[in-house]
Design a protein around this ligand. Structure first.
Ligand code: ADP
Ligand code: ADP
Length: 239
């Protein structure tokens, strides 16, 4: 079973399709990079997978389980918000704007969901957060507040938060687009390390060099459709 399967996905805004029959399969441990011009639907695709957007057609499966809907009495009905929240907890998402809580320390930003939502003990969550802070190169920032950090540091905290709960898949929506150019590399390096550690990922980015180095597969979107999908080697070999 693939970790993520997207089948004939449709999403319409004001009568205009942002996603027009998208198929995507992501296997365990695979890193898929989604490329394409601005407005082609990349962000909408990962937001639909994370159930931040309601879909208008098709289906999305996580580990073979249909997301957002259940078959009941012979019909497909939307799940309750609680059930959707439970499904969302099995995924991690990293946004362009880091979305950290400004009034919480770095440590609490990373541990809160693990403790409050996943029921991890405070001690275990803290230990995991400290390990993750080391991994993202911020071992001494546990007690800092987001505003005391650079954008690159904040994004690395957001990445640590997204993996703290051991998600089945990590979704990235242009994780370096809001950063000053000199901070991009430190964030890409952290994502590369996670990819090498075997995490399953879907990464929306404009960073072609990152795609070339890290992706197992590249998906190219235009106007809400996948127009090319290939191994990274083949993708970058073409004239
Ligand atoms: P990309 O990530 O490739 O830049 P998006 O997924 O953000 O593309 O957008 C795809 C299309 O859907 C664009 O035409 C965009 O304007 C439109 N769109 C995205 N989000 C919304 C929204 N919340 N309301 C209306 N239109 C939207
Ligand atoms: P990106 O290119 O990273 O997707 P955008 O600037 O296109 O970023 O979109 C930023 C936010 O605005 C997203 O939440 C998107 O859903 C929303 N959005 C994008 N296009 C439109 C639109 N035409 N109308 C309303 N909301 C939109």
């Amino acid at each position: 079973t693939p970790v993520v399967q997207v089948s004939n996905l449709r999403k319409v805004y004001h009568g205009r399709p942002a996603l027009d029959g998208v198929d995507l399969t992501v296997a365990e441990g695979e890193v898929v990079v989604v490329l394409g011009p601005s407005g082609s639907g990349k962000s909408t695709l990962v937001r639909c997978i994370d159930q931040l957007e309601k879909i208008d057609g098709g289906a999305i499966y996580l580990d073979g389980e249909l997301l957002g809907f259940a078959h009941r009495h012979g019909a497909l009905r939307p799940l309750s918000e609680d059930d959707i929240a439970a499904q969302r907890r099995r995924m991690g998402m990293v946004f362009q704007q880091f979305n950290l809580f400004p009034h919480w320390t770095v440590l609490r930003n990373i541990t809160e969901a693990a403790v409050a939502v996943h029921g991890m003990s405070k001690g275990a969550a803290r230990e995991r957060a400290e390990t993750l802070l080391e991994k993202v190169g911020l071992p001494d920032k546990a007690n800092a507040y987001p505003r005391q950090l650079s954008g690159g540091q904040q994004q690395r905290v957001a990445i640590a938060r997204s993996v703290a709960t051991r998600p089945r898949v990590l979704l990235f929506d242009e994780p370096t687009s809001a950063l000053d150019p000199e901070l991009v590399e430190e964030v890409l390096t952290v994502i590369k390390d996670l990819a090498r550690s075997g995490l399953t990922m879907v990464v929306v980015t404009h960073e072609m060099e990152f795609a070339r180095q890290v992706a197992d597969r590249c998906v190219f979107m235009v106007d809400g459709k996948v127009v090319e999908q290939n191994t990274t080697e083949e993708f970058f070999e073409q004239p």
